[in-house]
Design a binder for this molecule. Structure first.
Ligand SMILES: [Mn+2]
Length: 372
């Protein structure tokens, strides 16, 4: 697998948190033999919990994770995703990430106005003002987290938050984006049937749509535009007509559900990682829980039939972890009001764990299969 993920026949030069060990692994994979296990190498800048290694195996590096909650539901049509950060924390996110061997800094929540006291404003950009205020704070936190060489994990909230987190990550950095979602989130106020901003963040990140949203009313961090050709949209299955046109025009690589049906999740993710991995400074993953089939993740505001299975979702993030390029991630659209006993909140936590190194068994057997 690792060989297939390499670009132009060269070894990956990851900048993410598994990169050091990954490069060691790759050299060995190319030789077609297994190397003896090395003792775990912690990133020297990373304090560990009494040297605890947790579940991470010798290919991985324990990191310092910044958890950032964004209790925002103003971008969505249905209320309730503002409770998403609580649901994920309640499901044990912090404790389980620490059990993997990482050090976890919970930075608490970004301050977000509630709908009851905010003005809707422009009906085609509903709640732009209060959303913009929250996203500007978030962008700064993510930028600082990356400057500190930490891994930001952002807990939504509706998907509009990704305009904050990813513009923060992209500021003066060349990043690729893997957007895992039932929807394209590539609407503009002109193409959006609802005016809800959570349908627009990916377009705005790439510079499409209303200038007020794209620029975060003049407060977007400098040099933070995302190159749409380095964006992979994975498992999308519901697109508005205008959104479809715009995605094609922008050059976003769209891996819709029918692509997954024909090529499987493994091939799909190899391609998606190739697309986003073309960026120089790593990959940011934005994971919308509505990408799962509603039977697996009932607690989302905009469920669409025909979604990913539980295992497909895990495979996607396991492969992103293994490529060595991941620099940060979002987990969004968990809606505890619509959920059943926090199934979806718990699932979001499990996805974060897989993205940050948790495995059922020894990955070397997966990574080094000759001819795969
Ligand atoms: Mn979304």
């Amino acid at each position: 697998m690792l060989l297939r993920l390499s670009r132009q026949g060269q070894a990956l030069h990851g900048r993410g948190f598994f990169a050091i060990a990954q490069r060691w692994m790759l050299g060995d994979t190319a030789a077609g033999t297994f190397a003896p296990r090395l003792p775990i190498e912690y990133n020297s800048a990373t304090p560990t919990r009494n040297g605890a290694r947790g579940f991470l195996d010798s290919q991985e590096v324990a990191v310092l994770i910044d958890l950032i909650g964004v209790p925002l539901d103003l971008g969505a049509g249905r209320r309730g995703v503002d409770m998403g950060p609580s649901a994920m924390r309640y499901a044990g996110l912090c404790r389980q990430l620490a059990a993997l061997g990482h050090t976890v800094n919970d930075l608490g929540n970004v301050e977000v106005p509630i709908a009851e006291v905010g003005a809707v404003g422009d009906p085609q950009l509903r709640y732009l003002e209060p959303i913009q205020v929250a996203l500007v704070q978030l962008a700064r936190l993510v930028d600082v987290s990356l400057q500190n060489k930490h891994v930001p994990v952002v807990l939504g909230g509706d998907h509009s938050i990704a305009l904050g987190s990813i513009s923060g990550a992209a500021s003066r950095r060349d990043i690729g984006v893997i957007w895992i979602d039932a929807h394209g989130d590539f609407n503009t106020p002109q193409t959006s049937p609802s005016g809800n901003i959570h349908g627009m963040p990916l377009a705005a990140l790439c510079g499409y749509g209303d200038e007020r949203l794209i620029s975060l009313q003049g407060q977007r961090l400098p040099d933070s535009m995302v190159d749409p050709r380095k964006v992979a949209l994975v498992a999308v299955r519901e697109l508005d007509p205008g959104e479809r046109r715009l995605l094609a025009e922008a050059g976003v690589h769209v891996f819709a559900t029918e692509y997954i049906d024909r090529h499987g999740m493994y091939e799909t993710m190899c391609r998606a990682i190739e697309v986003a991995g073309a960026a120089h400074d790593g990959i940011y993953a934005s994971f919308d829980l509505d990408v799962f089939d509603p039977a697996v993740a009932p607690g989302v505001g905009t469920p669409v039939p025909g979604g990913l299975t539980y295992r497909e979702g895990h495979l996607a993030v396991e492969m992103i972890a293994e490529c060595g390029e991941l620099i940060g991630m979002d987990l969004v659209e968990v809606n505890p009001i619509l959920d059943e006993r926090n199934i979806t909140g718990t699932l979001a936590v499990e996805i974060a764990l897989s993205a940050l190194g948790k495995r059922v068994w020894d990955r070397s057997e997966l990574a080094c299969t000759p001819g795969s």
